[in-house]
Design a protein around this ligand. Structure first.
Ligand code: ASP
Ligand code: MG
Length: 419
């Protein structure tokens, strides 16, 4: 059995859905197709969710934008035969309307997940109907009944044992050899909707592969494979045809957007290869991530993480930054759900880089202010270079002010600001 994952960019319009059909239509073995919300619909649903929760902004307009976007694709795909699919989609809209017509609960994260999940529900409903229309038998499966999580809304943690049991019951391949299901969303034991973190569909694909012992996973992307740098930002990038799990997890953790960081572990644990291929050129091989015995000669790989906040804390009473202080700082980070992207300490300073989030910036700083003097730089960039050499460091850091520098044997990292 194989798992294919199609992200939002691959199904951003009717052409994309037709292309998905072409790709899966040549597939001869058992297959699970995991799909994200179409195009930028998750962002559009976030706008709707925020308008609903904060009672500001135009809820109707935000909802209409989502409806128009999908209707356009439905019209292109189904033309005059759109009666059935319109009915299915309308049923989803009624459910969403019911949510936004009611008073929000006290938990933003809970409301967020139940609203945002409609992106994936809509995309899989439309795509399943289109594949059916083209004569492919695919079984639509609601993943919320199979991947079960705790109630940590927006970043839920999967109950692997229970999910394995349920997945094995649902994905039997007895009366079909193709399933289509949603990435990113999941459910609780009490039937609440949760999500696994933004861009989490890759993780869903990897989880299903792990729980069902798939042969491999393929992520279909708009890039030809894993590149040594983002081709949208740099010239002369090259494709890396083979990578180890270890290298891949380091890269995605440093901010390489090609795969979600949580994707590698479930695959590594079962030795399942991950292919990254282009949906635009499905005949080319792309890249593979798997266990590698040989040592690879890799070119310098560089990754930019923009919109960073660099903070330096110094205790006001001149005491050392020791374990106790660090653990309190970490607890504050956890409270605001902030992830450390880089850290460095000296006797009486602790510097770190996190994603800049204006919405919580003030509260977060205020919380630290009592105990520490806080210096910060907003909107700096974290540059990571794996397999670095001096030449590439010079090229990438000229014209930049280097605020922090760290080097280990394989990795050089810089926090830089434009001069
Ligand atoms: N649709 C979700 C998002 O945009 C999940 C995904 O794309 O993987 O975050
Ligand atoms: Mg997406």
């Amino acid at each position: 059995m194989n798992v294919y994952k199609f992200g939002g960019a691959s199904v951003k319009d009717a052409e994309g859905v037709k292309n998905l059909f072409k790709i899966i239509n040549t597939h001869k073995e058992n297959l699970i197709i995991v799909v994200s919300a179409m195009g930028k619909m998750t962002d559009a649903l976030e706008v709707l969710c925020n308008a609903y929760y904060s009672k500001t902004g135009d809820i109707e307009q935000a909802f209409q934008k989502i409806k128009d976007f999908h209707q356009h694709i439905i019209n292109d795909l189904f033309g005059t035969q759109s009666e059935d699919i319109n009915k299915s989609v309308d049923n989803l809209y009624i459910k969403l309307q019911n949510i936004i017509d009611s008073e929000p609960s006290l938990s933003y994260d809970y409301e967020y997940d139940r609203i945002i999940s409609f992106g994936e529900l809509l995309s899989t409903t439309i795509i399943a109907a289109y594949l059916e229309k083209q004569g492919r038998k695919v079984k639509f499966t609601d993943i919320r009944k199979c991947i079960i999580t705790d109630q940590n809304y927006r970043n839920a943690c999967v109950n692997l044992e229970l999910s394995a049991q349920l997945c094995r019951k649902v994905f039997t391949f007895q009366d079909t050899f193709m399933y289509i299901t949603q990435g990113f969303i999941a459910g609780t034991t009490t039937n609440q909707t949760t999500t696994l973190g933004r861009e989490g569909s890759d993780y869903t694909a990897a989880l299903l592969a792990n729980l069902l012992n798939a042969e491999d996973v393929t992520i279909w992307k708009d890039v030809p494979g894993i590149m040594n740098a983002d081709p949208k930002l740099y010239e002369n990038t090259e494709i890396i045809s083979k990578l180890s799990y270890k290298e891949a997890i380091e890269l995605s953790n440093c901010g390489a957007k090609v795969i979600h960081p949580k994707t590698i572990k479930p695959l590594q644990n079962k030795g399942i290869p991950l292919y990254v291929r282009s949906f635009l050129y499905p005949e080319s091989h792309g890249s593979v991530i798997r266990e590698l015995d040989e040592k690879l000669e890799l070119p310098p790989i560089y990754i930019n993480k923009d919109h960073q906040l660099l903070l330096t804390l110094s205790p006001r009473d001149f005491s050392f930054i020791a374990e106790e202080k660090l653990s309190r700082i970490f607890a504050t980070l956890a409270k605001y759900r902030l992830r450390l992207n880089l850290m460095q300490n000296s006797a009486i300073t602790f510097s770190f880089c996190i994603d800049l989030n204006e919405a919580i910036f003030e509260d977060f700083i205020n919380e630290l202010h009592g105990e520490y003097e806080v210096l910060y730089n907003k909107n700096v960039r974290l540059l990571t270079i794996r397999h670095y050499n001096e030449e590439i460091i010079n090229t990438l850091t000229t014209d930049k002010k280097v605020l922090v520098e760290q080097r280990s044997r394989l990795t050089a990292r810089f926090v830089v600001a434009d001069q």
